[in-house]
Ligand binder design. Structure first.
Ligand code: FES
Length: 603
């Protein structure tokens, strides 16, 4: 069913004022605010040669004492790039953050950091998540920065910036890019990503002409902002808000609305206060906040990628978040957000229905409401005034999209360390399925042969892709929604069981078993499966089983090929040596743990 909401409206419809303006707080207006306690004082406040150098270079840029002296230095970490289409409004937003910082008596400095735009980077942005996290951590640590506004949105920028800020442990808050406006084509509402896959399948099946396909291309990306389904970007923005990293409602305000500009200004104002309060991640963020993030990702029917990112984020706190904890919460968390690709609506509908605070209101009993947030309030206080305006978009507890388990953990002899399936985006009839494997050794082989009319496959087959994990691909790309063979599309097949050690886009859908760990390139059993083997999944029982006897398994193990050669140089060498498996979050092993690095020595 196509569901349409009013395509436009004027002004703010936020259900409450999430950005109240405190009286201006000029420098030193508050006697508790001691500029000598600011981190930046060690750069600018001393009477020595080094500080002379720092100050004189600021003056060389046209700043005077009054611009920076005794004011918190607030960095605007901006992931703007002309190759990141989701962040195309970030130049304007950075100026608005700057306005907020000035309003509250801070000294704004804009600092560009690596931009990970999902649409343009090959082979996958996930390869670079840890690189951006390292950059954020080191940029924060080595500069005279008292607080930071982290501007991200497109998928991996969110976890990367949080991971870096946690490790640097400098007061920081997150400004999500916001989602695109809903798109329209003929009488259809389009969701980026999800509908691209859908109409591409229709084209392959011969049901969509070139003219229609071009029209979809022209209008599916309706504005600046991140994908407007509950893909990874929106999921991680909601997770960040639920974990206390943003001002209220930040995750669901569409990118191009005036409310988003007001959010940016308010975020700048708040960053200055956080600098004076020394409100560091180690003070507002803990394992209970992570549980709030996990519960939220489940209740919104969020992306499977959130699991990997949350494990990595928890690792930066020195916490071990297991897939079992995830499954435990999944069994008791209802899916209340009726949002594509698992549901019917888009992010703009979610915002108009009350946004994330309204959904969290309906989950109060499942959340740790005492967790602090960057606003200075607890999560419970932050969502207190929120109201739901549309029970179709944000379902009631009595009428959920699913009573539990939007995403499920499976274990078995094919995935000893676990794998996941987004059950609300899967076909009910395939949730318990046994079929004959059709195996592709790697992505190029799959691409070459999947649509071959001679491929021995039917709708009951289980399509398997290997060499697509963190090491095998490398970079853990979003190849997990394997295409359905064209001859089956033409016969009317719309879903099949597909399995891989890859991830899949948060905008993807179908009965896809993902993140199989250990991956084939790390010696996981997936490496030994052959076409013709029988594979069974039973999602209600949370199992995955490869029907093979011990003798045959031993024979295949004896002939298992050796590991692929390591990359010879550069970042790829560092990555291959240190990246962990999917069930461990794919962070670098040397970055885990709560141990902020030493402050740079001041010479
Ligand atoms: Fe950037 Fe989807 S491509 S959020």
């Amino acid at each position: 069913m196509d569901v349409t909401r009013s395509p436009s409206f004027n002004g703010s419809i936020l259900p409450f004022d999430p950005f109240p303006i405190d009286p201006p707080s000029p420098m030193n207006a508050n006697p508790d605010r001691d500029p000598t306690q600011l981190r930046s004082h060690r750069w600018f406040g001393r009477d020595d040669l080094r500080s002379f150098g720092h100050r004189s270079r600021l003056k060389g840029m046209g700043f005077d004492d009054i611009d920076y002296r005794d004011r918190p230095v607030v960095a605007i970490l901006n992931t703007w790039s002309e190759l990141n289409t989701c962040h195309s409004h970030f130049r304007d937003r950075a100026d608005e953050v700057r306005r907020g910082i000035l309003q509250s008596g801070g000294f704004p400095v804009e600092v560009p950091v690596m931009s990970l735009g999902e649409m343009m980077m090959k082979p996958t942005t996930m390869l670079y998540r840890n690189l951006l996290a390292m950059e954020v951590e080191e940029v924060l640590r080595c500069h005279p920065i008292d607080a930071a506004v982290l501007m991200g949105g497109c998928d991996k920028t969110v976890p990367a910036m949080l991971m870096g800020a946690i490790s640097a442990d400098i007061p920081s808050l997150f400004l999500p890019a916001g989602a695109m406006l809903r798109a329209r084509w003929k009488d259809q509402t389009l969701g980026s990503g999800s509908d691209a896959w859908k109409y591409w399948d229709q084209r392959l099946a011969g049901n969509l002409c070139d003219r229609d396909w071009n029209q979809v291309e022209n209008c599916i990306a309706a504005s600046a902002g991140t994908c407007m389904t509950m893909g990874t970007a929106s999921t991680m923005a909601c997770v960040a808000e639920a974990m206390g990293w943003t001002l209220p409602s930040a995750a669901t305000i569409p990118a191009v609305m005036a409310d988003h500009s007001r959010l940016a200004v308010a975020t700048g104002r708040r960053a200055v206060d956080m600098a004076w309060e020394q409100l560091k991640p180690s003070q507002f963020f803990n394992s209970q906040s992570i549980d709030n993030g996990l519960t939220t990702s489940l209740a919104i029917g969020g992306s499977t990628n959130a699991i990997v990112h949350l494990i990595a984020i928890a690792g930066r706190l020195g916490e071990t978040l297991t897939l079992d904890r995830f499954d435990e919460l999944s069994r008791k968390t209802p899916v209340l957000g009726d949002l594509r690709p698992g549901g019917r609506f888009l992010m703009q509908d979610f915002f108009e229905a009350g946004g994330l605070p309204a959904l969290l209101q309906r989950l109060r009993d499942l959340l740790n409401l005492d967790c602090p947030t960057v606003s200075g309030k607890t999560l419970g206080e932050q969502i207190e005034d929120a109201e739901v305006h549309d029970d179709e978009v944000i379902r009631t507890r009595e009428n959920p999209v699913s009573p539990a388990g939007g995403v499920c953990l499976l274990r078995g002899n094919l995935a000893p360390s676990g794998c996941v399936i987004k059950s609300i985006a899967a076909s009910e009839k395939l949730l318990h399925h046994r079929g004959r494997a059709v195996v592709f050794n790697d992505y190029p082989e799959m691409k070459k042969s999947i649509h071959d009319p001679e491929l021995d496959v039917d709708e009951n087959s289980v399509l398997i892709l290997r060499s697509a994990g963190p090491l095998g691909a490398p970079g853990f790309p979003e190849w997990g929604m394997l295409p359905i063979p064209q001859k089956l599309l033409q016969a009317g097949v719309t879903d099949m069981v597909r399995m891989s050690d890859a991830r899949m886009s948060g905008t993807s859908y179908g009965t896809c078993v993902l993140h199989i760990a250990p991956e084939s390139a790390a010696g996981g059993p997936l490496a030994l499966v052959e076409t013709g083997d029988e594979i069974e999944i039973n999602v209600p029982e949370r199992t995955i089983h490869w029907h093979i006897d011990d003798e045959e398994l031993a024979r295949r193990r004896a002939n298992q090929p050796g590991a692929a050669p390591e990359p010879a140089r550069g970042y790829m060498k560092l990555y291959a040596k240190h990246v962990t498996q999917a069930d461990q979050g794919c962070d670098f092993d040397f970055l885990a743990g709560r141990s902020p690095g030493e402050e740079p020595a001041i010479h």
